[in-house]
Design a protein around this ligand. Structure first.
Ligand code: PRX
Length: 633
């Protein structure tokens, strides 16, 4: 890539090769067209998929903000991700290349993936799984997690994947909220050379949430597991089904039927179960993937996110499979046993596109460029980033050392709620390190003040999405009221979606994300709620009250800083601080472990009793706390 030297806003231009390859050669004209005729644009994209029955209406906005897309249409995402490929040469192509942390590997052609998915879909049916019921999946990064997701979708069940790094309370809460009767898990997985013990966590979660009647466990590590009669089954036992039962017809779904629930942290304690659908989500993930990452059927695509997060759902599983690409999947840590693990796999499998998070890049950058330089990374054509703002230093390292100065970086801004990319460059666009460039087709994205006025160019403001889009979450499971309040109430009169981020737009129309404006903390790109961490802390007998905030961190973006008031009879000590940190880890998961834990006698609160986290944050950073007129004490 050629680069222009202008310190403030340095542009990086794509090479002729990148432009020649690109699925979209020019952004502005197509963008304008997509805005002028949004429904026309999305109808064209929808036509590229296979429908059992075409939709009657592209967008139904009669019950705002509960938008519906492609109503009357009949589709199943699995029909597009697998079935239709079986009729072409894609049938024999590799769908998944998987490498385990210990170095074992497995591959599945589209044909083989279909066989496994069909078999497992029949297993689920034999356990009484029904269309519309929510099935919880709690697994490490092994191929069976993808098979389980696709099997659910194939029979019309709704999957709820809980990230394998979460722990007891997080899992129990999600099982309970979705009232799952079936849980799919594994004995464990490998991380940094050690086996995790997922089944143990699942057992404890099932004790806390009693809805599970059937638990299916994949044997990955071979460590001993407690198996309860009539409840626990081994995956491999169930999958040894006779040949004649191996076909499973894909269920015909309404476009608006739910495909999955994905829980994400919000500002209150309880995680929200966002609901995504078969129709709109298929169209959105397929189109964004194709345009932003220029995905071609011959590509080997590696999204290094865990399938337990939305990035994994949209761009590890569904987007690439709908586009008929080959997916790379890796189980373990990027630096195990050495910091060249990823680069080694890129060379070994000839990966063309790598999509990861700024935290992962910064983490690998620490070890210096020599680890990457040992490997031939020339197969790489494009790079991607997601989850948190990428600092220009990490961007440049990624671009120079991993991309050898030739691979444009697609910094994609989006959320669990949006289903797919909302703001992102395209490969043909000039890039600015640290900016996620421009809105994706069909989207009008504003940066506004509290009254809805555009901020002055370059000034920070609330990021709002001014239009519906097919990939949008339709509601929060069991809580439509909260969906309205959280996302749509603030700019109700205008009908805008409030993202919860602050951002600015520069003189070239490029968007720069600053960060969350609510009590969501992004640790290593993972999303956690202050309230979740606080409720984990107060569930410990020693804690009366707690406050959690995020503090900036060079490596992880943010780290968790907690302040705790102890109950009568408990004394502050190093040992107790450690115990409380362990407790949070046990309840939520290692990602939620507080970096700091301070004891205090009082927390800053408003007169109505709300903790003023802003004040704690300012103090912890040695900054002015700003307006504290509502502070009670
Ligand atoms: O704050 C933004 C940040 O991640 C939030 C969404 O988190 P989650 O729902 O977990 O989804 C993450 C993966 C899509 C956003 O509100 N975020 C996501 N991508 C970026 C980002 N911040 C800056 N730049 C990005 N590219």
């Amino acid at each position: 890539m050629k680069q222009e030297h202008n310190e403030e806003d340095q542009f990086y231009y794509p090479s002729k090769e990148i432009v020649r390859h690109a699925n979209v050669k020019e952004y502005e004209a197509l963008y304008r067209k997509s805005i002028e005729d949004r429904e026309g644009f999305w109808a064209e994209e929808a036509k590229k998929l296979s429908w059992y029955k075409k939709w009657d209406k592209v967008l139904d906005d009669s019950e705002k903000p509960f938008y519906k897309w492609f109503t009357g249409g009949k589709i199943n995402i699995v029909h597009n991700a697998i079935d239709r490929h079986l009729k072409s040469a894609t049938r024999n192509k590799i769908a998944i290349i998987w490498e385990g942390e210990p170095g074992d590997h497995r591959t599945f052609s589209y044909f083989a993936l279909n066989r496994e998915v069909s078999k497992f879909a029949n297993v689920l049916k034999s356990m009484g799984a029904k269309k519309g019921e929510v099935i919880t999946i709690y697994m490490p990064q092994i191929p069976e997690i993808v098979i389980a997701m696709l099997a659910c979708a194939r029979i019309g069940a709704v999957h709820s994947v809980v990230y394998g790094g979460f722990s007891v309370e997080s899992l129990a809460e999600r099982i309970h909220d979705s009232q799952s009767r079936i849980l799919i898990t594994a004995d464990g997985g490998y991380r940094r050379g050690k086996a995790t013990h997922l089944k143990e966590i699942a057992d404890e979660a099932m004790k806390r949430s009693a809805t599970v009647e059937v638990c299916i466990t994949v044997k990955r590590t071979g460590e001993a597991c407690y198996m309860e009669n009539d409840r626990d089954f081994w995956y491999h036992d169930l999958m040894a089904i006779p040949l004649e039962c191996r076909d499973c017809t894909t269920e015909v779904m309404d476009a608006e039927d739910p495909l999955f629930i994905l829980y994400t942290s919000g500002t209150t304690g309880k995680p929200k179960g966002l609901v995504h659908t078969h129709g709109g989500y298929s169209v959105y993930t397929a189109a964004t993937m194709k345009y932003v990452f220029d995905i071609k059927p011959e590509d080997r695509w590696w999204c290094a996110a865990d399938p337990g997060w939305v990035t994994g759902h949209s761009y590890l599983v569904y987007g690439p499979l709908i586009n008929g690409a080959t997916i790379m999947m890796y189980e373990g840590a990027p630096n195990h046993p050495f910091p060249n693990r990823w680069w080694q796999m890129i060379e070994k499998y000839g990966i063309n596109i790598l999509y990861t998070s700024p935290t992962a890049i910064r983490g690998l950058m620490r070890f210096g460029p020599s680890w990457a330089h040992r490997h031939d990374l020339s197969s790489l054509r494009l790079l991607g980033s997601v989850g948190e703002p990428i600092n220009p230093e990490a961007w440049k390292w990624y671009h120079e050392v991993i991309g050898r100065g030739k691979c444009p970086i697609m910094d994609t801004w989006w959320q669990t709620e949006t289903g797919g990319f909302m703001i992102s460059p395209l490969p043909v666009m000039p890039l600015k390190p640290g900016s996620c460039a421009k809105p994706f087709f069909g989207n009008e994205i504003g940066i506004v003040d509290d009254h809805g006025n555009d901020t002055k160019q370059g000034d920070e403001g609330n990021l709002v999405i001014k239009n519906p889009w097919p990939g949008m979450a339709r509601t929060i499971l069991h809580d439509p009221k909260r969906y309205v309040e959280k996302y749509w109430e603030k700019y109700q009169d205008k009908g805008w979606y409030l993202a919860g981020d602050s951002a600015r737009i520069d003189e070239d129309g490029y968007y720069w994300i600053i960060g969350r404006i609510d009590d969501v903390i992004k640790v290593s790109g993972y999303r956690l709620g202050s309230a979740e961490i606080e409720s984990a802390l107060v569930s410990h007998p020693a804690v009366a009250e707690a406050a959690a905030i995020g503090l900036p961190d060079d490596l992880r973006g943010n780290v968790i800083h907690t302040t705790v008031i102890l109950r009568e009879g408990f004394a502050a000590s190093e040992k107790l601080a450690e115990e409380l940190k362990n407790h949070v880890e046990h309840e939520i998961g290692p990602i939620a472990r507080p970096a700091h834990l301070l004891f205090t006698d009082a927390l800053p609160k408003t007169r109505s009793g709300k903790i003023m986290r802003r004040v704690i944050k300012a103090r912890a950073q040695g900054l002015d706390a700003g307006d504290i007129t509502t502070l009670e004490e």
